[in-house]
Write a protein that binds this ligand. Structure first.
Ligand code: DC
Length: 246
C-alpha cells in the first residue's frame, strides 16, 4: 500500500479531526493512536489509563474491588488527570504520577471489574469527553483510544476505527511492551491467557460490553508493522472525512 501524500496529510491536519480508535488489548492501539496524534499535531487520550488509574487508587485504599457497590461508593473520590502530549503520555492520581504504576499485573488483573461499574464509567466518560472538548475548542485534532469511544464517548467522532489483531500477535506485543515498561519477562502463553480472560470479562459485562462498533472500519494489524498500520488508518481517516488521498 502506498504512503499517503504530504498534501493529504496536511489536509487532514487542517481539518483537526476527532478520531476514535477502539479495539482489544495488545492490538497496537496505543502505539498507533500516539503516532497518529503526533502526525496530526493533535492530542492523545488513553481512556484505558483512566480506568487503570481508578483501579490503582482503589487498590491503594484497600477498597474491596470485588464489590460493585463498594467501588461505586468511592468512584467520585480520586482526581484523575491525563497528559495528552502523544510523545509523553502521563497519568496522575491526586497529583501523583502513576504512569508506570497503573501498568502492573495487580492493576491489570482488577481493572475489568472496576471498568464494569456504571458509576465509574459515567465519571470516566465525562472526563474523557472533556479532553475532546478542549482539543476541539482549541482547534487541535484528538485521537482517543479505548473500547467504547465510537459508540459511547464520542459518537459524533469524524473517524471511527476498530483496530484488532489475532490473539497470538496481541500477546506477543503486550509481553514485549510489559518487558520494556515493567522490566518483567512474562511468558507469551501466560499473557495470551490473561488477555483472553480480560477480553471475555469486558465483553460479558452488563454496562457497555465491549463490541465492535458497526460504524467503525476494521483494521486487522496481525501482519502489519506500526508504519503500515498508521498508513492504513490514515487512508481510512481521509476516506471517512471525504478528503482525497493524493
Ligand atoms: O486498554 P487497556 O488495557 O489499558 O484497558 C484497561 C481496561 O479498561 C480493560 O479491561 C478495558 C477497560 N476499558 C474500557 O472498559 N473502556 C475503555 N474505553 C477503555 C478501557
Amino acid at each position: 500500500m502506498s504512503q499517503i501524500s504530504q498534501a493529504a496529510l496536511s489536509a487532514l491536519r487542517s481539518a483537526h479531526p476527532t478520531i476514535a480508535i477502539d479495539g482489544p488489548s495488545g492490538s497496537g492501539k496505543s502505539t498507533v493512536a500516539r503516532g497518529l496524534a503526533a502526525l496530526l499535531h493533535g492530542d492523545y487520550v488513553d481512556t484505558g489509563a483512566t480506568y487503570r488509574a481508578m483501579t490503582w487508587w482503589l487498590l491503594g485504599c484497600a477498597v474491596d474491588v470485588t464489590s460493585q457497590d463498594v467501588i461505586a461508593e468511592h468512584a467520585d473520590q480520586p482526581m484523575i488527570e491525563l497528559g495528552i502530549d502523544p510523545s509523553s503520555p502521563a497519568v496522575w492520581v491526586d497529583a501523583q504520577d502513576v504512569t508506570l504504576a497503573i501498568r502492573t499485573e495487580e492493576v491489570s488483573n482488577a481493572v475489568s471489574q472496576v471498568a464494569a461499574v456504571p458509576a465509574v464509567r459515567r465519571r470516566m466518560v465525562a472526563l474523557q469527553r472533556a479532553y475532546a472538548e478542549t482539543a476541539e475548542a482549541q482547534h487541535r485534532a484528538v485521537v482517543m483510544e479505548g473500547r467504547d469511544i465510537a459508540s459511547v464517548v464520542l459518537p459524533g467522532a469524524d473517524v471511527k476505527i476498530w483496530l484488532t489483531a489475532d490473539i497470538d500477535a496481541r500477546a506477543a506485543r503486550r509481553a514485549a511492551q510489559d518487558s520494556v515498561l515493567l522490566g518483567s519477562a512474562a511468558q507469551v502463553n501466560d499473557v495470551a491467557r490473561d488477555l483472553a480472560n480480560r477480553d471475555e470479562a469486558d465483553s460479558m459485562r452488563e454496562t457497555t460490553p465491549v463490541r465492535v462498533n458497526p460504524e467503525s472500519a476494521i483494521v486487522d494489524a496481525t501482519h502489519l508493522n506500526v508504519e503500515q498500520t498508521i498508513n492504513a488508518v490514515l487512508r481510512i481517516a481521509l476516506e471517512q472525512m471525504g478528503l482525497p488521498h493524493e
